[in-house]
Design a protein around this ligand. Structure first.
Ligand code: CTP
Length: 404
């Protein structure tokens, strides 16, 4: 199973098993997870933070502030970042402090500030593992809802043999994979079809009619739906940005006609259709098979006859059944009025309106400012936000409507 896009905060405590955690970072990142590492000061004596920083491609958090610059590390925002915290190895000392709510280092304060599931992979000598306080603390942490990945039997760093070895990195990876398989997002089991980007309508083999759409909004929507558990198909025109997520089924097309064909194929299986593409409304009636030459014009003028393209959204929405269908409206004026008429005319459940008059909204920007209009008559205005945050607003509204 892929861990693509999953955020794992790995805590490393001071035990010899810390060297295995370096390999664990490698396994997790290879599986697609975004890994950040926090260490106790003692752990940094076993394995250099540089090793973890290099493998995770992120700075390692150890102290509340940088002793040289005084720069503050925010344990609260770090704690709210991950989808899951895995502390491996976790020592008897950190287990006791977690059970007692003690926060005298960054790793502990961050763990207590988190809201995500917490997995603990203990590593210690066999007698420490059997010590009554450790047994009680483990029971207490289980009572908090923390998951304990039991240590295994084997030779220990002390030379003794018994139970106390940290589970192997491969096993810890499997625990993480199982965790994310069980976590079902609000869109799990749903198939989402999204159109994105512009379409190019050929005039001749080297020229086309296009528009400034980059596809960023459509990609943000696809990534958001995927993260929330959906199976996503993205039908996109020629985009300036690429969608790198291998778990998104991307279909590249060029013209409106090709986009229609790809959507007609995917639409029957989908539960939600979001038409974010800036599809050309007109296409050259008779594209030239040869490059048009200046000399083809007798008097210096040139006529280009256009015909309407098929409205993909309107065509598919006419047979929408129980599907939830969302359209976009990019307007220069009278936005609300036009968006409302699109909602009705195209038989939509929701329209996302953006107005070119709003600064930072629409084509090319990394931000967008939208108004959502839905079938129930609800109109919601949003602030200017990043396209990722806008995608989150749109998808959350869809989820709310699906459950209404
Ligand atoms: N759309 C589509 N197929 C087309 C044209 C548009 O699927 N051939 C979709 C877009 O993806 C978007 C919505 O329809 O979701 C936009 O509606 P549309 O009526 O085309 O808006 P405009 O292109 O702005 O046209 P007009 O200004 O004439 O209303």
């Amino acid at each position: 199973m892929s861990l693509r896009g999953k955020k794992v905060l790995l805590g490393v405590c001071g035990g010899i098993a810390a060297y295995k955690s370096a390999y664990l970072v490698r396994l997790l990142t290879k599986a697609g997870a975004e890994v950040r590492v926090m260490m106790t000061p003692d752990a940094a004596a076993f394995v250099g933070p540089l090793t973890f920083a290099t493998l995770s491609k992120h700075p390692v958090a150890i102290d509340f502030f940088d002793k040289q610059t005084g720069q503050w590390q925010n344990h609260v925002s770090t704690g709210l970042w991950p989808d899951v915290i895995l502390i491996a190895p976790v020592t008897a000392n950190t287990i006791a402090k977690l059970a007692g709510g003690i926060t005298d280092n960054f790793l502990l304060a961050t763990t207590l500030s988190s809201r995500c599931p917490i997995y603990l992979a203990p590593a210690m000598d066999l007698d420490m593992w059997k010590y009554q306080a450790t047994v009680d603390n483990i029971a207490k942490l289980k009572g908090f809802g923390h998951h304990i990945i039991n240590p295994v039997h084997g030779e220990l760093a002390s030379g003794l043999e018994g139970t106390g070895r940290m589970a192997e990195p491969e096993e810890l990876l499997e625990v993480m994979e199982n965790h994310f398989q069980q976590v079902k997002g609000p869109l799990s089991g749903k198939k989402v079809l999204i159109t994105a980007g512009p379409t190019y309508e050929a005039i001749d083999p080297v020229r086309f009619i296009g528009n400034h759409s980059t596809g960023k909004m459509g990609i943000a929507l696809a990534e958001t739906c995927l993260r929330l558990g959906a199976e996503v198909t993205l039908v996109h025109g020629p985009m300036q940005v690429t969608c790198d997520d291998a778990d998104i089924h991307s279909i590249a097309v060029t013209s409106a006609a090709e986009m229609l064909g790809a959507c007609e194929e995917a639409f029957p299986a989908c539960d939600i259709f979001i038409a974010a593409a800036a599809v050309a409304d007109f296409t050259p009636e008779a594209p030239s098979a040869q490059k048009i030459k200046k000399g083809d014009s007798q008097d210096g003028s040139m006529q280009l006859n256009l015909r309407r393209t098929t409205d993909i959204l309107g065509t598919l929405s006419a047979k929408k059944g129980t599907r939830f269908v969302v359209g976009f409206a990019l307007e220069t004026s009278n936005g609300l009025e036009y968006a409302k008429s699109k909602l009705e005319q195209k038989n939509l459940d929701m329209v996302v309106l953006n107005t070119t008059a709003d600064r930072g909204a629409g084509f090319g920007h990394d931000t967008n400012k939208i108004t959502l209009l839905d079938k129930s008559g609800e109109v919601i205005n949003f602030e200017l936000k990043s396209k990722a945050a806008v995608a989150q607003d749109i998808v959350q509204h869809i989820i709310r409507r699906l459950h209404a």
